[in-house]
Design a protein around this ligand. Structure first.
Ligand code: SF4
Length: 356
């Protein structure tokens, strides 16, 4: 048995004892089902627990079963997801729900191979569902767990490397509790989220691993886990048009594939246009500017891209190209507009408030 596995095996008993005392009370833990575990884990990807809580409650009230999610109106689903970001998660949830409803008659499959084949479910989520909902001894290894494992073992392997991730996963699989696999995985998640914190701030003195953790012993917590330098995000410059016509605003739908697929947005073009070029673009669209209200800047970070946006808020005359939708406030409230455009949505509200 490797040193790393031996080291991680020492964690199981103190970790579970710590979890019994310190577990976070979360709605998906109070009433456990594969459906609830799955939805919560998907929502928690790249998102803080506190942000997920109200979304989870609303989601479960709207779609209490996998069948209800499978049959949900997509626009309503997107609206419920609005603000949570990474919208492909919601679309994949629904696609997977449709498969579970049709192929498995609504019963969530119980094997790793079947679960990992569902859209939007990766290795971590499959491990979480199998261990938490079905009590199977399968590890669930995400960034938090990698951090804890790298520190306890003192491993200096680059955790961003897929090969190394696989190795950590196999260590965790050999070292995890056979009796309480679901609680073991949740305990590790909690330890990573509340004690073995990132950025060199772990609370070692209250950690169940403090007396045998390699990083603590050697005082190198801040150096672990090792992560090779990330590539810089690609910057994309956009000019966004917030076009006002009486109490209506122009929106258009994004393509059904790619970034923010199928959501609604304010018309925009690549590049940063000055007012003169922006006016020329409006004329290409068959619009006449009546009054330029404001120029504003905003940005939004996606996983690999950063949008640098320049926005023009202006009153216009004209219809615009086919496919544009002129929306009043009530209509806009029903449509999902990504939070990437939140600054512009806010500006529309301010503009109308000022007029009242
Ligand atoms: S002892 Fe410190 S570094 Fe080690 S696992 Fe616990 S919190 Fe993390």
């Amino acid at each position: 048995m490797s040193n790393e596995i031996q080291q991680l095996k020492r964690l199981s008993a103190p970790l579970l004892a710590w979890y019994d005392e310190n577990r976070r009370v979360l709605p998906w833990r109070e009433e456990v089902s594969a459906y609830r575990t799955w939805v919560s884990e998907i929502m928690l990807q790249q998102t803080r627990v506190s942000a997920v809580l109200p979304y989870f409650a609303r989601f479960m009230a709207a779609f209490p079963t996998v069948e209800a999610l499978a049959e949900a109106d997509t626009e309503r689903l997107m609206k419920l997801w609005e603000g949570l970001g990474y919208y492909s998660r919601a679309r994949n949830l629904q696609k997977a729900a449709q498969i579970v409803a049709q192929r498995y008659s609504g019963r969530f499959p119980e094997t790793y191979e079947e679960i990992i084949a569902l859209p939007g479910i990766g290795d971590y989520t499959a491990g979480a569902i199998l261990s938490i909902a079905f009590g199977k001894r399968v590890p669930a290894v995400d960034g938090n767990v990698l951090r804890v494992a790298a520190r306890i073992t003192g491993s200096r392997l680059d955790v961003l490397d897929a090969k190394n991730k696989k190795l950590f996963r196999s260590w965790m699989g050999s070292a995890m509790s056979a009796e309480r696999p679901g609680e073991y995985n949740q305990a590790l998640m909690d330890l990573g989220a509340t004690v073995c914190l990132p950025s060199g701030k772990p609370l070692c003195r209250i950690c169940p691993a403090w007396d045998f953790c390699a990083a603590h012993r050697e005082g190198c917590q801040e150096e672990l886990p090792v992560r090779a330098k990330k590539k810089e995000k690609r910057r994309e410059h956009l000019t966004v048009f917030v076009l006002l016509r009486e109490d209506e605003v122009a929106l258009r739908k994004r393509p059904n594939t790619g970034l923010l697929a199928g959501l609604w947005e304010y018309p925009h073009v690549p590049g940063t246009l000055n007012e003169e070029d922006a006016a020329a673009r409006l004329s290409d669209w068959g619009m006449t500017p009546l009054q330029w209200e404001k120029r504003l800047e905003s940005h939004h970070e996606f996983t690999h891209i950063r949008w640098e946006m320049t926005g023009y808020v202006l009153r216009v005359r004209g219809e615009g190209p086919d496919g544009w939708l002129w929306t009043d406030e009530k209509a806009r409230r029903r449509l999902a507009i990504p939070s990437a455009f939140a600054r512009f949505t806010q500006e529309i509200e301010n503009t109308y408030e000022e007029r009242e």
